[in-house]
Write a protein of this length. Structure first.
Length: 89
């Protein structure tokens, strides 16, 4: 981890802080990390709701209970959906 020891103070309204905090949370980032990324020109992506992961897990479970051929086809489509929704790692 980087050794971050210098602070930058920025004054905002209560409403602005709430909005920025909400945007950081949607991206799964701390407020500091979100602001750092934005300041450095990055546009962090939002994390999908947990229900998205639940649906993908359920589709994987359905694929496991199918024939091998059908399961492979379902898994391939699920992987495509996962990449579209949350990006490939």
């Amino acid at each position: 981890m980087r050794n971050r020891t210098v602070g930058i103070n920025v004054r905002v309204t209560v409403t602005e802080k709430k909005k920025v905090t909400m945007l950081a949370k949607k991206c799964g980032l701390s407020l500091s990390e979100y602001l750092r990324q934005r300041a450095l020109g990055y546009e962090p992506g939002e994390h999908p709701p947990t229900e998205v992961f639940d649906v993908l897990d359920k589709i994987d479970e359905i694929a496991e209970n199918c024939s091998v051929q059908d399961g492979v086809a379902i898994n391939a489509q699920t992987d495509c959906l996962r990449n579209l929704l949350i990006g490939s790692n």
